[in-house]
Design a protein around this ligand. Structure first.
Ligand code: AMP
Length: 280
């Protein structure tokens, strides 16, 4: 595996790969790699000739009060994970490489319609930062396909929309959420949970599954389903940010559930904000 830190170095490689018509699979990450990231890499290997992973803890998607400084950065361990997963190139740029004119002075891409709702209400800066960095990484790497987790469903939807709106020749592949044995979606932020918080955290998955069972038994009222989920979360010490059932293309809340709609949840366990979702 080659580890490259500069745009010039990775673009030299990309030029060679493009000359050979190589199918390039790309997975942007913030590091602290886990089974969720590994599953994206495995899927990329199934579809592409070459797999490139980036590790960049993107400052523009963190608000000043968020966890940018304490976000885990186990770089050597991540390199080992990527080598074992047979990744071809790791791109690990510095902040000045990605934002040479300063992170507040760079061109922005905004998609207000999808970015302001759900997670965008609590984290208004977040999707602007994500779109800024993903767009820049896409232009540097020019992947044939890019792989994103359904775990971050709003992010996946927004990136698909950016690619469509800006006519980018990149196929976006959504990959299923990888979970711990008790159902908690694996996340780099789960390490912030204390042992008792960790035990309660799996309630999110249990509550979504209970809703799915209700739907299979004929319940179609989104209000009833989301109220039940909220109650279960509150009983298990969560502070709920939102629980909603949405149409997956527009992310608008539905009143009556139809097949393919999705439960989306964001809730705090102690100070840790967890998000998850499940297709109905
Ligand atoms: P992150 O490093 O948290 O920015 O995540 C990088 C990519 O991995 C994103 O596309 C995430 O949606 C995806 N991802 C994170 N956790 C999981 C998971 N548990 N299952 C599947 N994909 C995940």
């Amino acid at each position: 595996m080659k580890t490259l830190h500069t745009i010039a170095d990775i673009q030299d490689q990309i030029t060679l790969l493009k000359q050979k018509n190589t199918c390039i699979g790309f997975i942007p990450t913030m590091g602290a790699l886990h089974e969720g990231h590994r599953s994206l890499i495995n899927t990329a290997h199934q579809h592409c000739d070459i797999v490139i992973v980036s590790i960049f803890v993107n400052p523009t998607q963190f608000a000043p009060n968020e966890d940018l400084d304490r976000y885990p950065r186990p770089f050597e361990k991540d390199q080992e994970v990527l080598k074992n997963a047979k990744v071809d190139i790791l791109f690990a740029p510095t902040e000045t490489e990605i934002y040479p004119t300063g992170k507040h002075k760079t061109t922005q891409i905004i998609l207000p319609y999808l970015s302001k709702k759900l997670c965008g209400k609590t984290r208004p800066h977040f999707f602007k930062g994500v779109l800024m960095v993903v767009n820049r990484l896409f232009n540097i790497i020019q992947p044939t396909m890019a792989f994103f987790g359904e775990k971050d469903f709003q992010q996946l939807t927004i990136i698909k929309r950016m690619v469509t709106d800006l006519v980018m020749p990149i196929q976006i592949i959504g990959c299923p959420t990888i979970r711990e044995k008790d159902g908690l979606a694996i996340s780099s932020r789960n390490i912030y949970l204390s042992p008792s918080e960790r035990r309660n955290a799996s309630t999110i998955f249990q509550a979504m599954q209970a809703a799915k069972i209700q739907v299979s038994q004929g319940q179609i009222s989104a209000k009833k389903l989301t109220q039940d989920i909220q109650l279960m979360l509150i009983k298990n010490h969560f502070k709920v940010d939102y629980v909603t059932i949405v149409d997956t293309t527009t992310l608008t809340t539905v009143k009556t559930v139809k097949s393919g709609d999705r439960i989306l949840i964001a809730a705090y366990m102690g100070k840790t904000r967890l998000i998850d979702n499940l297709s109905l």
